[in-house]
Design a protein around this ligand. Structure first.
Ligand SMILES: Cc1cc2nc3c(=O)[nH]c(=O)nc-3n(C[C@H](O)[C@H](O)[C@H](O)COP(=O)(O)O)c2cc1C
Length: 459
């Protein structure tokens, strides 16, 4: 979830209780680089790094980002290389090593199951991230926000240590593009390495049938996500489904047909408003293996959200003074994105408008074919004139928020700007908070992952 909201600490807490704990792999290279610049005071990142097979790669990373005792608060973070079609060896190694570290820490000292979630939309990072997680023995890979048809093949090839290619989407052209990845960029690995199971996160039974059609695209199972889920949501099926406030409007056509999913024979889990004991039973009665729960865990003690933000959200839940929207244009991905109104965050239009646009992390940049040839990269969250200069459409950019910087701020790793301001957060949470409300009544000072699991299993 988010950027490191489902941190290794949260995934580990869930996995040690016998359930699948999932870490977020999104932007994990930036997370590791910033933790190292903050001095890695607990020593956890360096403990995991010491177990990485290629210590030469580790020493390059430490040399570039580790600051003993932590950098001065007044100094901005140094950034990792941006994702591009042909990255440097160092950029690959950052993604591989950071994914390894997060999974390794989540799996340390227990036999429970750990998964990694990444977004199909961030294609350029996928092979390196899968590989890094696999080097740490990841048990499951979960991918949504797109159609993850190539993942089963990539996992097979990586497991065998084969060099591979992956098709990528490039806008403004019908030409086909691929990226290359060679696992040999990491030394001292013996093959085969464990191939994790792959769960595709989808919102319609049609995608289940599509992915199941071919053995090469068939996942090991599905997470079927309803549109009340936190994070990104599938766009509504109906045309013109955005209201005058910019919210995505869903209808019955957007409810997945679970009978058809069941008939596919693939194992599946239900997500989006399933975080109560009763809903768990409902899901099982529908034939699901279980549920994937986000919001209840995003609000628990071990989540990566800063304590300050968590307290604010819990207080607004308690006073019933909470507004959650499905913002159709906040995310540069173009997918609707759930946003909870929180003070001093980018949900406040005046703060959003006051932010100087900057795209320096760039995970959500899309490759496009330049008029003069070659590939460029653009993100609707970047300065509007720059986006337009790259043939991006004004309307696409106007309300687009820089999720990369905001989500880093959500976990206390926000960038400092030259004018002394720090990047502000933007919080996503699901719109069905029944479970969280019940937990708040039971635990007014907040709850742990273990208490959340006990609650879910009590019926
Ligand atoms: C804070 C937060 C961040 C999320 N980020 C992601 C993400 O990066 N990728 C993803 O596939 N799902 C993400 N989700 C969705 C969850 O994985 C999960 O499917 C969803 O939250 C389930 O619905 P619920 O919030 O009603 O429990 C996120 C959810 C939350 C609450």
């Amino acid at each position: 979830m988010g950027i490191a909201v489902s941190s290794w600490q949260l995934a580990k807490a869930v996995a040690t209780q016998g359930e699948l704990g999932v870490i977020s792999g999104t932007a994990i290279d930036s997370v590791m680089a910033r933790r190292l610049q903050d001095g890695d005071l607990s020593g956890e990142t360096r403990r995991a790094l010491a177990h990485f097979p290629d210590q030469e790669a580790v020493s390059q990373i430490l040399k570039r980002f580790y600051v003993e005792g932590g950098k001065p608060v007044s100094r901005p973070y140094d950034d990792v290389p941006k994702l591009i079609v042909k990255p440097t060896l160092f950029a690959f190694q950052m993604l591989i090593v950071a994914s390894f570290v997060e999974v390794w820490l989540a799996k340390e000292d227990h036999d429970g199951l750990v998964g990694m979630n990444i977004l199909e939309k961030i294609q350029l990072a996928i092979p390196a991230q899968l590989y890094g997680a696999m080097l740490a023995g990841v048990d499951y890979i979960l991918i949504g926000a797109g159609i993850p048809a190539q993942i089963p093949r990539l996992l097979n090839e990586l497991s065998a240590g084969k060099s591979l290619t992956m098709k990528i989407d490039v806008e403004d052209t019908s030409d086909k593009f691929i990226i290359n990845f060679d696992p040999k960029c990491i030394a001292n690995v013996s093959y085969p390495i464990k191939r994790p199971d792959f769960l595709a996160i989808v919102s319609s039974h049609a995608l289940v049938s599509y992915l199941n059609k071919d053995a090469e695209t068939k996942p090991d199972g599905f997470v079927i996500e309803y549109h009340v889920a936190g994070g990104h949501n599938a766009p509504p099926r109906a045309k013109n489904s955005t209201d005058e406030n910019g919210e995505a409007i869903y209808s019955d056509a957007d409810i997945p047909n679970i009978e058809k999913v069941l008939a596919s024979g693939s194992p599946f889990w239900l997500a989006g408003g399933f975080g109560t004991p009763e809903k768990l039973l409902d899901a099982q009665a529908l034939g699901a293996q279980g549920i994937q729960v986000g919001s209840l865990f995003a609000l628990c003690d071990e989540s990566g959200f800063t304590q300050e933000l968590r307290t604010q959200i819990l207080q607004s839940l308690e006073s019933d003074d909470v507004r959650i929207t499905t913002d159709a244009s906040a995310s540069p991905t173009g997918f609707p994105f759930k946003v909870i109104e929180v003070q001093n965050s980018l949900s406040d239009d005046s703060l959003f408008n006051a932010r100087v646009r900057k795209c320096d992390l760039g995970y959500l940049r899309t490759p496009f074919k330049r008029e003069g040839g070659g590939i460029g990269y653009r993100c609707p969250g970047e300065p509007i004139a720059t986006f337009e200069f790259k043939n991006g459409a004004h309307d696409e950019a106007i309300d687009s928020k820089c999720l990369c910087n905001a989500l880093m701020a959500d976990i206390g790793l926000g960038q400092l700007r030259p004018d002394g301001r720090r990047e502000l957060p933007l919080i996503t949470i699901g719109s069905d908070l029944e479970g969280s409300r019940q937990m708040l009544t039971k635990y007014p000072d907040g709850w742990s992952a273990s208490q959340a699991l006990n609650y879910l299993k009590m019926a």
